[in-house]
Write a protein that binds this ligand. Sequence first.
Ligand code: IMP
Ligand code: MG
Length: 179
Amino acid sequence: MYNDLEKILFTEEQIQTRIKEIAAQIDKDYAGETPVVVGILKGCFMFFADLVRQMKTNIEIDFMSISSYGNNTKSSGEVKMIKDLDRTIEGRHVIIIEDIIDTGYTLKYLMTTLSARNPKSIKLCTLLDKKSRREVDISPDYVCFDVGDEFVVGYGLDYAQLYRNLPVIGVLKESVYKK
Ligand code: IMP
Ligand code: MG
């Protein structure tokens, strides 16, 4: 797997250090509350698990699954729900956990869909933010790391469903997807 990486952007240690900071910030912001932490599958799975285990606030967890790009490295702008939440979020504080915000279409769709259910609040937490590629107006409340316009994999993020189990985040070699 490591042979397919152009370079490593964030090591396991860097990721965990940053996650502790973000968890502390969220704990501070939600003191005395019991937010519903919503993970967007599958990309969030490692980040979600590491983040919530650093949080000291009482939380409930739930998951949604949203269709991504198939095997492409660029967003189609088309978003489809594969799995909805199990429970209602009406009157609840909601924190959405994403792996990466690219064009922003996925989150725009999610924010619109979830806002319509009358939660008390919705905030957005993302592992990575690819700001330069944004096409719609979405700005996350918590960001672990900014990344440039490069295709990244690992720590939950995939290319064609591979590399999710890499413990680091790295840039995928172009030769891997330009065959
Ligand atoms: P958006 O709708 O364009 O913001 O795309 C968000 C989704 O695209 C993420 O949840 C990822 O699944 C996927 N994605 C975007 N950029 C990357 C990347 O560099 N590596 C892996 N997946 C990505
Ligand atoms: Mg994906």
